[in-house]
Design a protein around this ligand. Structure first.
Ligand SMILES: *Cc1c(COP(=O)(O)O)cnc(C)c1O
Length: 358
């Protein structure tokens, strides 16, 4: 039996979108491949609220996180972390010999504009990274406020991990002034895992020229070169299957309407949060709670594993806490294809199981 996924990736994929993955192959150096990538980019720019170039990467979101911090940091990066995925970005910098510092918030708390201001004021950095939506703690960072203080440091590049929020929450890339905004297919975009997508500003591409060892496969400049000089192609052989499905899914997303999509996510989040507060407690500071997933503190000391085993029997799955937060928290994702009906269904199922857990 298929378990309906209330986990923060991979998420549910609509049957017709899944079907598009089975489209017969075309040559990746063909005019058809160029047309496919150009169409995806045009539609994706709407989702990102940007006029910047869109890059595709046949990797998961982590690929572009690693590629961007490596190929764009000429001096030193500062990584703002509010949980597991911020920490991952810092590890990537270290593993690639990129000079970097980490500014970590207490878990459950956001990256504040004051923290960003203080770090950038040192003049030590040419790059800073922020996690828009931290999937471990369920924090959604205040990027509008961060964008305000960042105006004082226009020369510093801003990289954003929006892997678990893009297409579920409004992120106005151009208005905010984000240089590289990263997402991947298997979260709020609701496609199978295997592709990452980012926007990149021309000035970031220019800045990267100062970096000598940018790698190759995930080098942002190399990926862009094939768009510019080879008419929207990809440096190696891309996952064309994902591209067929992505192009189709973007039509579905735009047909729903971005504002409707954001409102749907917000409504699901509010419902889940209200239930969580009545029955357990919210893990993140409420003001910064995510709209794509809810991280709940296990105040009743239930076995999250047993809860999930119970849900499996009725064809559903939620997430245990991430890493050290396992059993201490659990997570209900409400993103991508899921609707309020689904969320009500999973909450009702949880309420039925809870009394049996002792
Ligand atoms: C899932 C996730 C990632 C990692 O993305 P992959 O596509 O699994 O590589 C990074 N950051 C956040 C916030 C995520 O939720």
């Amino acid at each position: 039996m298929h378990k309906k996924l209330f986990i923060p990736g991979p998420t549910e994929v609509a049957p017709d979108v899944l079907q598009k993955m089975a489209t017969p192959m075309i040559g990746h150096r063909s005019k058809d491949a160029s047309a496919l990538q150009r169409e995806i980019s045009e539609k994706m720019r709407k989702v990102f609220h940007t006029t910047n170039p869109i890059l595709l990467s046949t990797s998961s979101g982590s690929g572009l996180m690693e590629g961007s911090i490596r190929s764009l940091t000429a001096k030193r990066a500062v990584v703002f972390s509010v949980g597991a995925f911020g920490n991952r970005w810092f590890k990537m910098a270290e593993a690639n010999n990129v000079s970097a510092d980490k500014v970590e918030s207490e878990w459950g708390k956001p990256t504040t504009p004051e923290m960003v201001d203080k770090a950038l004021a040192t003049g030590k950095y040419d790059v800073f990274t922020v996690t828009h939506n931290e999937t471990s703690t369920g924090i959604m960072n205040p990027v509008e406020e961060i964008a305000e203080v960042r105006k004082k440091y226009p020369e510093v590049l801003w990289l954003v991990d929006s892997v678990s929020s893009m297409a579920g929450a409004k992120i106005e890339v151009d208005k905010l002034g984000i240089d590289v905004c990263i997402t991947s297919t298997q979260k709020a975009l609701a496609l199978p895992p295997g592709m990452a997508i980012c926007s990149v500003t021309p000035r970031a591409l220019e800045h990267g020229k100062q970096v000598k060892h940018r790698g190759w496969y995930l080098d942002i400049l190399e990926i862009y070169k094939y768009i510019e000089t080879k008419d929207y192609q990809y440096s190696a052989t891309p996952s064309l299957s994902h591209m067929f499905a992505l192009n189709y899914q973007l039509d579905r997303i735009l047909a729903e309407g971005l504002e409707n999509r954001y409102a749907r996510h917000k409504a699901m989040a509010e419902y889940t949060r209200a239930w969580a507060k009545n029955n357990f407690a919210l893990y993140p500071e409420e003001k910064y709670a995510s709209v794509t997933l809810t991280t709940i503190t296990n105040t009743r000391n239930i076995s999250v594993k047993a809860l999930n085993d119970g849900l499996a029997k009725v064809g559903m799955q939620i997430s245990n806490g991430y890493g050290d937060l396992k059993e201490k928290t659990f997570r209900i994702a409400h993103m991508g294809e899921l609707t309020m009906t689904d969320v009500k269904e999973v909450i009702a199922a949880i309420e039925k199981i809870l009394p049996t857990l002792g």
